[in-house]
Design a protein around this ligand. Structure first.
Ligand code: ADP
Length: 751
C-alpha cells in the first residue's frame, strides 16, 4: 500500500513538472519583428533578412516576423501614415518583444510610430547611415544602432592605387535618401588638393538621360564609382544590379562600389560592405537585448577591400598594384570556365599536335635506330675492311664523285683520304702506265656483262712515287637504263703475293733449267763415256787383230790408258757428286806435309801439260820449310788443287800456270791457282760453280769435261768450312783462291 502511494506520487510530480515546463516555455516564447524599409525580394533586404534568420535558426525561444515597408516605391507621407495605421491595428493586441529595423526609412518610421505600434520594446537599427541629430531619439538602454558607413575615401584611394594614370572619376548616385547621403560623403572625402584628377557627378534618375551622359564619357583613364542607382521605370525603381548591368556592361570603364551584391562580375571592387554582416550583427545584438544583457549603442560591422579578379583583368588592370590584406574573389581559375570553348579547341589542336609530334618522334626514333644499326654495320664493315687491310672505293659516275676510305689512302701511304686528290679525271696519274689498259679492259668486260665482277691486278703509284701491286675488285651497283651509275669495290695490297709468285716463277725456271742441264749432262755423259770406251775398244781391237809395229802398239796402249784414266775421272766425279748430294762424303783429318802434296800436284800438272803438248810453264812457289805439316783431309785438298790446276792447264794454251800456297795465322791454308788463259767473263763467273755448267757448248767439243769439276771443288771447299773465290777477266787469265781452315802441327813460316 505504501509502495503504491510512493509510485503514484512520483508519477504525478513528473507530469506536473512536465506541464509546468511546457507552460513556462510557451510563456517565454519571444517575438521579434523585422521591419524592412524596402520591398520583399529586394536584394539588400533579402540578404539582411537571411542573415538574421540564420542567426536565430538555433534559437527556438524566438520567432521572427517580417514587415516590408516597400518605401523604395512608396514613400509619401500618406503612405507612411496608412502604414502606421495598418501596423497599429495589426499589433494592437499582440505583444512584441523586439524590433529590428532595417535601413533608414524603418529607423525613421520606428522613431515616429514605434512606441505606439509595439510599445516600448527593445530595438536594433540595422544599416542606418548619417542619422545626425536623430541620434537623441535612440534609447541607449534598450536600443542600439548598427551603422552603415561606407568607406568612400578608402574606395577612392583603392581606385587611385589600381589606376595610376587616372584622369577622372565618374560618380554615379541617385536622388534617393541614401544616394544623397553617399554623394555628400564622396564630396567630403574627395580632397581635391591631394588628387591629381577630377571627378564628375551623374545623378540623373532618368534612364535615357543617364545613358546619354554615360556614352559621352571617354573610356581611357576613367573610373566609375557607383554609390547608388535607382532609376525609375514607370515610377518603380529597379534593382541596382540590373540597372548596373544595363548601364555599365558595355562601357569598358572599370566600375567600383561599396556593395557586395554588385559582386561578382560587375564591379572591380571597393571597400565592400556586406548586407549579411549587418543582419548578423543586428540579430546578435537583439539576442543580447532579449537576454537583458548590456550592449553598446553604436556598432560598426567591418568593411573590407574585396577585388573581383576576373573583372579586374577584364578591365586590363594590373594585379601588381593590389594592396595587401584584401579578399580576392572570382579568381582567375574561372578562366577555364570562361574560355571553355577556346580551351577545348586549343586542347584538340594540342592533342593533334602532340599526336603528330609523337608520330614524328617515333619516326625519328625508328630512323635513328635504323641509322644506328646502319652505322654499326657500316662500322663493322669498315673494321672488317681495315682489318683485312683493304681500301674501299665508291664511284658515282653521274655526279662524278670518287669516295675512298682512310684505309685506301693509307695503303698508298697518304696520311688521310683528303690528302689523296684522286678523282675520275686524274685516276690514270695514280696507275702505272703499263697497267692502265688492263684496268680499262677489266672494267669494260664487267660493264658489258661478260664478267660478273670487275677484277684486275695493277700497280698503283704510292705517295713517294714507288709502285705497289694491288688487286682491284668491284661491282656496278646501280644502273639506269643499263647505263652504269655507281660502282663500288675494294683494293688489296698484293705486293708480297706478287714477290712470292716471282720467287716461284724463278724456282720453276731454275728447276726447268736444272732439268735441261741434267739432260744435257746425260747427253754429255753418254758422249764422255762412249768416247773413251770406243777408244779403248777400238785400240784393243787393233792390238788384238792388227799387224802393228812396236811403236804403234805402244802408242795405242797409251791411248787406251788415257781413255781409261778419263773414264775413271769421270766415274770418280759422278761418285763424288752423288756422295755430296746424299751427304755421304765425309771429311777426314790426317797429318800431311803440304809441300809434298803440292809437289805431287805439280808433277801431275807437268805431265798433263806435256801430254797435251802445251807450251805452258807449270810452276810452284814452294814453302821455305820442307817439314810444313798440317792436319787436314789430304785426299780432298789434293782433289781440289788438282781440279783447279787441270782446268787451268786445260784452258791455257800458252804462258803459265802458277800454284801458290801459304799458311796464314797458323790456322788457314791459302791455295792459289793462277793462269794466263782466256779468263772468264763476269756473267760466266756467276754460273761456273753450278753443277753441269760450262761456259759454252763449244768447250765440251774442245776440251771435253762434264761441267762438274768446279761444282765438286766448291762443294768440297764448303764441306771443309772454307771458301773459294775467283778473280778473272776475259783475256787476262784467271786466279782461283781457296781458303781452308787447318790445324798446324809445327809452325810453318809463311812466304
Ligand atoms: P769441265 O769439266 O767442263 O771443265 P768445270 O766445272 O771444271 O767443268 O769447269 C766449268 C767451266 O769453267 C769450264 O767448262 C770452263 O768453261 C770454265 N773454266 C774452268 N776453269 C777455267 C780456267 N782456268 N780458265 C778458263 N775457263 C775455265
Amino acid at each position: 500500500m505504501q509502495s503504491f502511494n510512493r509510485t503514484t506520487i512520483t508519477s504525478c510530480l513528473t507530469v506536473l513538472i512536465l506541464l509546468l515546463c511546457t507552460f513556462s516555455t510557451a510563456n517565454d516564447l519571444k517575438e521579434v519583428v523585422v521591419l524592412n524599409s524596402y520591398h520583399y525580394g529586394f536584394k539588400w533586404t533579402a540578404d539582411i533578412n537571411e542573415a538574421i534568420s540564420e542567426q536565430f535558426r538555433q534559437d527556438e525561444s524566438t520567432r521572427l516576423f517580417y514587415e516590408f515597408m516597400d518605401s523604395k516605391r512608396f514613400h509619401s507621407d500618406e503612405y507612411f501614415q496608412t502604414l502606421f495605421e495598418q501596423y497599429r491595428l495589426k499589433y494592437k493586441n499582440h505583444k512584441v518583444d523586439g524590433v529590428i529595423c532595417s535601413d533608414n526609412r524603418a529607423f525613421d518610421f520606428f522613431s515616429e510610430h514605434g512606441k505606439e505600434i509595439w510599445g516600448n520594446v527593445p530595438a536594433i537599427f540595422c544599416g542606418v547611415n548619417d542619422i545626425g541629430e536623430q541620434l537623441d531619439r535612440v534609447d541607449s538602454t534598450r536600443q542600439a544602432i548598427v551603422h552603415e558607413i561606407i568607406d568612400v575615401k578608402g574606395t577612392i584611394d583603392l581606385i587611385e592605387l589600381l589606376q595610376p594614370e587616372l584622369e577622372e572619376i565618374i560618380v554615379i548616385s541617385d536622388k534617393t535618401l541614401s544616394g544623397n547621403i553617399f554623394l555628400n560623403q564622396f564630396i567630403e572625402a574627395f580632397d581635391s588638393k591631394h588628387r591629381n584628377y577630377t571627378y564628375r557627378i551623374i545623378n540623373n534618375t532618368k534612364p535615357d538621360l543617364l545613358k546619354k551622359a554615360l556614352n559621352k564619357i571617354p573610356s581611357s583613364n576613367r573610373a566609375i564609382y557607383l554609390l547608388s542607382l535607382y532609376t525609375e521605370h514607370n515610377g518603380i525603381p529597379n534593382e541596382m544590379v540590373l540597372e548596373s548591368q544595363y548601364f555599365f556592361n558595355e562601357l569598358n570603364i572599370p566600375l567600383y562600389s561599396n556593395w557586395d551584391f554588385l559582386m561578382p562580375d560587375l564591379i572591380v571592387g571597393g571597400k565592400i560592405l556586406k548586407a549579411a554582416d549587418q543582419g548578423q550583427l543586428s540579430a546578435i545584438l537583439m539576442q543580447q537585448l532579449l537576454n537583458n544583457e548590456t550592449i553598446p549603442t553604436h556598432n560598426y560591422p567591418e568593411d573590407q577591400i574585396i577585388i573581383d579578379e576576373i573583372t579586374l583583368l577584364k578591365n586590363q588592370l594590373s594585379e601588381e598594384y593590389l594592396p595587401d590584406n584584401i579578399l580576392l574573389i572570382n579568381e582567375d581559375n574561372h578562366f577555364i570556365e570562361r574560355h571553355k570553348k577556346e580551351l577545348t579547341i586549343i586542347l584538340i589542336i594540342l592533342i593533334i599536335f602532340i599526336f603528330i609530334i609523337l608520330l614524328l618522334v617515333s619516326d625519328i626514333i625508328k630512323r635513328k635506330s635504323v641509322e644506328i644499326s646502319f652505322i654499326d654495320s657500316e662500322k663493322r664493315l669498315e673494321l672488317a675492311i681495315s682489318g683485312a687491310n683493304e681500301g674501299l672505293w665508291d664511284i658515282d659516275l653521274e655526279k662524278k664523285t670518287f669516295f675512298i676510305n682512310e684505309q685506301y689512302a693509307k695503303l698508298l701511304e697518304y696520311k688521310t683520304a683528303s690528302e689523296f686528290r684522286f678523282n675520275l679525271s686524274n685516276w690514270q696519274e695514280f696507275v702505272f702506265s703499263q697497267d692502265i689498259e688492263q684496268i680499262k679492259e677489266a672494267y669494260n668486260i664487267h660493264r658489258d656483262g661478260i664478267a660478273e665482277v670487275f677484277q684486275c691486278e695493277a700497280r698503283l703509284i704510292k705517295k713517294d712515287g714507288s709502285l705497289s701491286w694491288f688487286s682491284i675488285h668491284g661491282k656496278i651497283t646501280e644502273r639506269i637504263n643499263g647505263k652504269p651509275i655507281r660502282i663500288t669495290g675494294i683494293i688489296l695490297n698484293i705486293n708480297n703475293q706478287k714477290a712470292f709468285e716471282k720467287e716461284l716463277q724463278n724456282a720453276k725456271e731454275k728447276a726447268e733449267e736444272s732439268d735441261r742441264l741434267k739432260s744435257s749432262f746425260l747427253a754429255n755423259m753418254s758422249h764422255e763415256i762412249r768416247t773413251p770406251m770406243n777408244a779403248i775398244l777400238g785400240f784393243t781391237d787393233l792390238l788384238i787383230y792388227g799387224q802393228l809395229s812396236g811403236i804403234e802398239q805402244n802408242e795405242y796402249l797409251n791411248m787406251i790408258k788415257r781413255s781409261g784414266e778419263n773414264l775413271l775421272t769421270l766415274i770418280n766425279d759422278i761418285i763424288d757428286i752423288s756422295k755430296i748430294e746424299s751427304g755421304e762424303l765425309k771429311i777426314s783429318a790426317d797429318k800431311i806435309n803440304i809441300n809434298e802434296l803440292i809437289k805431287e800436284v805439280h808433277i801431275v800438272g807437268l805431265s798433263l801439260c806435256s801430254s797435251l803438248n802445251k807450251p805452258v810453264d807449270v810452276r810452284i812457289n814452294p814453302l821455305a820449310n820442307s817439314s810444313a805439316e798440317i792436319l787436314t783431309d789430304p785426299l780432298r785438298v789434293y782433289q781440289i788443287l788438282l781440279n783447279l790446276v787441270s782446268n787451268a792447264i786445260k784452258f791455257t794454251n800458252k804462258g803459265f800456270v802458277e800454284i801458290d800456297y801459304s799458311i796464314i795465322n797458323d790456322n788457314e791454308l791459302k791455295l792459289s791457282v793462277k793462269d794466263s788463259g782466256p779468263g772468264i767473263s763476269d756473267e760466266d763467273q756467276k754460273v761456273i760453280f753450278e753443277r753441269f755448267r760450262q761456259v759454252d757448248e763449244s768447250t765440251i767439243k774442245k776440251h771435253g769435261g762434264t761441267g762438274l769439276g768446279l761444282s765438286i771443288t766448291k762443294s768440297l771447299v764448303e764441306l771443309m768450312n772454307g771458301n773459294i773465290t775467283l778473280i778473272s777477266k776475259p783475256r787476262k787469265g784467271s786466279q782461283f783462291i781457296v781458303k781452308l781452315p787447318v790445324k798446324t802441327i809445327s809452325s810453318i813460316p809463311t812466304n
